[in-house]
Design a protein around this ligand. Structure first.
Ligand SMILES: Cc1cc2nc3c(=O)[nH]c(=O)nc-3n(C[C@H](O)[C@H](O)[C@H](O)COP(=O)(O)OP(=O)(O)OC[C@H]3O[C@@H](n4cnc5c(N)ncnc54)[C@H](O)[C@@H]3O)c2cc1C
Length: 415
């Protein structure tokens, strides 16, 4: 390749020898069969080097888009290149929905599932938990289908791309629903710490944004199932915003999904940013660390104690809840979790110091770093945070005995 391909944030220049875009499943199988080393690039929204390879980088964007909705069975089967933006309008038009989504719709479903991408909500698991079947092009070019209940299924779904290329996914659906989104400003951090469960459990999905400049949560985004009630003017002492807000101060709230309590379909409220939002590249870096939910108040106190040592590097931070699941490499494996997310200024040297400060503050809470974001946690520590990693190692060796899907990051995960 002439110029290296880069990820969305521009911080990763892929080391791939070539970039291929198959237009059929047969072509994809053939490419995998022939390849020495191979990885898939979804929409490139990961900040870690998880998608990197020195072999072939393959995009599935030109595969025929498949969105086969089974309304009676409340399921959808999609191809491995489909994005949430491709999928969700079709679901809504069929009277169906996903229980939850991430902050933006531009990412591929396969890429999101592979890294345990999540939204928020005490009752909402991460997005991979909706998968009921996964179809993989394995190292030999064969297609293997794993269904929920199969022995390897719980290991394969959050697979970090280590087992093969996801050619199709089947997702469980729920009936279409409506949400209203209200933003409240100035939630006292001490009030949050004292009432953490009540605050996070106050609506279907709660996201708390802060720049950590003061002992305050700047914005509480409350995404509530509509119930015919008028939303309150205050939320735990925070006041209702008077206009649409953006999580990053100074940016246009009109670029976000509808707020001000106006009822709308699930997919026009649960994403923070709408389908039409154009952010094809981003001047930011991200990190995220998951702690057991019960530890969240103490983790908040620990972050508060060092906030002056990391706040200067921040654009915004977000707190979200994720329900426990049984997917081996999920950041919420076996424990209800709280994700402490940080959107950093794209200034590597300052940011990497700030990440170290945050990791040190959270070290006592056995955090798991988001696979797709930036972290400096030593690999032996990362590995010990996943009780099923040994089993996953065995699964990866079985599916990919010659390391065709390995890259330096996976070598560390699987060491
Ligand atoms: C602006 C922004 C907002 C974000 N918001 C959230 C959020 O709300 N919640 C959250 O949890 N994360 C969030 N993320 C992180 C993002 O969800 C993950 O990086 C996700 O993996 C991106 O999907 P992608 O399609 O870009 O995958 P990529 O970054 O392209 O790939 C991710 C991994 O999946 C693998 N992969 C992709 N497709 C396939 C396939 N078909 N078969 C096998 N492996 C595959 C890749 O090889 C790679 O290992 C955000 C990132 C950005 C830039």
């Amino acid at each position: 390749m002439d110029a290296p391909l880069r990820n969305w944030a521009g911080n990763v220049a892929f080391g791939a020898a070539d970039f291929e875009q198959p237009t059929s499943l047969a072509q994809l199988q053939d490419m995998v069969r022939r390849a020495g080393r191979v990885r898939v690039l979804g929409s490139g929204h990961s900040f870690s080097r998880i998608a990197d390879t020195d072999g072939s980088l393959i995009s599935l964007a030109r595969l025929p888009r498949r969105i086969d909705i089974d309304s009676a069975g409340a399921k959808v089967r999609i191809d491995g290149g489909a994005t949430y933006a491709d999928l969700v309008p079709a679901l809504h038009a069929s009277g169906l929905a996903l229980p939850n989504v991430a902050s933006l719709p531009h990412i591929t479903v396969a890429g999101a599932v592979s890294t345990a991408t999540h939204g928020s909500g005490d009752g909402n698991k991460n997005l991979a938990a909706s998968v009921s079947a996964i179809e993989l092009v394995t190292a030999s070019g064969e297609i293997v289908t794993l269904r929920r209940g199969d022995a390897d299924f719980a290991g394969a779904v959050v697979g970090l791309g280590a087992l093969g290329i996801i050619s199709a996914l089947t997702l469980d659906l729920v009936p279409d629903f409506t949400i209203r989104q209200n933003v409240y400003l100035g939630l006292d951090l001490a009030v949050l710490i004292e009432n953490f469960d009540a605050v996070m459990g106050s609506a279907y999905s709660v996201s708390l944004f802060s720049q950590w400049q003061d002992d305050v949560i700047d914005q509480a985004w409350i995404k509530a199932l509509t119930d015919g009630q008028t939303p309150p003017d205050t939320f735990w002492g925070a006041r209702a915003a008077e206009g649409p807000m953006h999580p990053i101060p100074g940016m246009n709230g009109g670029d976000c999904t509808g707020q001000m309590g106006i009822e709308g379909p699930w997919h026009e409220r649960l994403f923070h940013f709408p389908i039409g939002h154009k952010a094809s590249a981003g001047a930011e870096l991200q990190s995220e660390f998951f702690v057991a939910r019960a530890d969240a108040p103490a983790a908040l106190r620990a972050l508060r104690a060092v906030r002056q040592d990391f706040a200067q590097a921040l654009l915004a931070a977000e707190i979200r809840s994720v329900a426990a699941d049984d997917l081996w490499l999920s950041s919420a494996y076996g424990r209800d979790s709280i994700g402490f997310h940080f959107t950093w200024r794209p200034e590597w040297e300052r940011t990497i110091v700030a990440i170290g400060v945050v990791e040190a503050a959270l070290a006592a809470f056995d955090f798991r770093p988001h696979w797709a974001k930036v972290f400096v946690t030593p690999w032996p520590v990362v590995r010990e945070r996943y009780p099923m990693l040994g089993a996953f190692r065995g699964l990866a060796a079985r599916f990919d005995p010659h390391g065709k899907f390995r890259n330096p990051m996976l070598d560390q995960v699987l060491a």
